[in-house]
Design a protein around this ligand. Sequence first.
Ligand SMILES: Nc1ncnc2c1ncn2[C@@H]1O[C@H](COP(=O)(O)OP(=O)(O)O)[C@@H](O)[C@H]1O
Ligand SMILES: [Mg+2]
Length: 416
Amino acid sequence: MFAHSYLNLNCARAQLNFMFTGTSVKITISTDSKMTAKSTISYNLNEISSAFLMNGEVVNIVAYGSGHINDTFHVKTSEESDPDYLLQRINQYVFTDVPGLMKNIELVTAHVREKMVNSGDFDASKHMLTLIPTHQRQFYHEDAAGNYWRMYYFLPNTTSYDIVETAQQAYEGGKAFGEFQACLSDMDARLLVETIPDFHNIEKRIATLKKVVNENPAGRVTEVKEELDFIMEREQAMNAILNMGKSGLLPLRITHNDTKFSNVLLDVHDKAQCVIDLDTVMPGYVAYDFGDAIRSSANTAAEDEAELEKIDVNLEIFEAFTAGFLSETGDFLSDAEVDSLVLGALLFPYLMGVRFLTDYIDGDKYYKINTPKHNLQRAKAQFQLLKKLEYNYDAINKIVLAEANKMRVNSIKQAI
Ligand SMILES: Nc1ncnc2c1ncn2[C@@H]1O[C@H](COP(=O)(O)OP(=O)(O)O)[C@@H](O)[C@H]1O
Ligand SMILES: [Mg+2]
């Protein structure tokens, strides 16, 4: 029911196996041909964490969470009065410019925190990640083997769910990503580097598809004619967001770009507490964050569902996420941006379908597959979701406009 981040960020054909001995961990990585082989690496987690300016005595370091991109560890300290920490090895296969990425995170977390504090939030460090500096006053540590590590305060009593189960959770997810967007609405997007260049650029994704179709390296082009026709019929329409951006109708904002539900920490009452996983925060259009969240949470079936009749739009989840998102953003998004949200919801299953199909035609070089036709199945499932979104176009558009208007009416009432 939910998209896993390895599919979305498409890194990891690497399989990680962990073996713990005290606080040192041996990680065996089986890589594919695209990755520099680093077969077995041993990390001394105690030594690595001591590079950071922590308070308290470390008693235990354990693997944590269900993230697919970075290697994440919970660093536990002995005293209640001292905070725990979250240690992460940053995935250098996916993110090649780690210093640039960390600078983005430093700027964004500082900006969001300042906005929260200025609006009277005295618990801002619970609501935004806090980077811990090293003894050299840097926000990342490079170990002897060239791996990059970072540390945050660990946020206790929080949960990240892989799957949205209730409309209330979807509302909270929308609110969290909306608030994140709102806090960054006055920050200059040009300050940030593109951690994955052209990540959501559909023109570039289509150009890559056409190149692979021409080369036909695995001899699979004839087999996927129906899917290629489906893509080409929509090629122009799917450039809408890019075109609106180029013509100045949509401002380039700072977007999260990995807005799946597991990237929001919920508190013990299932209320949104903190948006996490800031590696892909970079310049983008607001419709990208909205669209990817809808793709990954408002599908009634799995991202790679083989039985296409199970795939549909969960309108209740769609409405709840939209209500949460627009409750935080509706008062500052322009009319064109509000109109672009539904276009984003249509774009993301298309974009992911294009990427899965490209990889299938290319001979499955990019995504990890469980069956020989897994990438084709994923593409078909994404296109089915797109068909259902197209079928429900009027309904979802109405929901977006109604929620945006609610917010605007509220802010007018407050102003008079
Ligand atoms: N500051 C934090 N406090 C507590 N848990 C966290 C924190 N940051 C991340 N996590 C947990 O670690 C998991 C992986 O972190 P994330 O940054 O999303 O990595 P990935 O990119 O691998 O998905 C999250 O799903 C969440 O459960
Ligand atoms: Mg994550």
